[in-house]
Design a protein. Structure first.
Length: 108
């Protein structure tokens, strides 16, 4: 997980350079093959459109589930913060006697 503020293009490129080069060499090989053999490759648009729609639905559902997990984690973290503040306020209000500052500090 990357937690810093800035995220540059070159960081992404360094993480995915192997896939980038494999895809580039594969495409270059196909271009050379088509140019040298004079072969024409025809791809119908129908299956590509159906696959594209399926991928769009899949990514939409994955995005929604990721957002739901993030929102749930935010709610849980908020409840932890609120409960700890309530506990600290109760300790400050109820801990009294000798060395009350040390007892409060240790409990909180």
């Amino acid at each position: 997980m990357y937690t810093k503020r800035k995220y540059s293009f070159w960081m992404t490129f360094n993480w995915s350079k192997n896939s980038f080069f494999y895809g580039g060499f594969y495409g270059l090989g196909l271009c050379i093959l088509v140019d040298q053999i004079d072969m024409h490759i025809a791809i119908p648009w129908g299956p590509i459109g159906v696959i594209g729609i399926a991928v769009a639905f899949y990514l939409g559902f994955k995005n929604n589930s990721a957002y739901d997990r993030t929102w749930e984690a935010r709610k849980i973290w908020g409840s932890i913060v609120n409960n700890s503040r309530t506990f600290a306020a109760a300790v400050i209000a109820f801990a009294q006697g000798e060395n009350d500052k040390n007892i409060q500090k240790e409990l909180i």
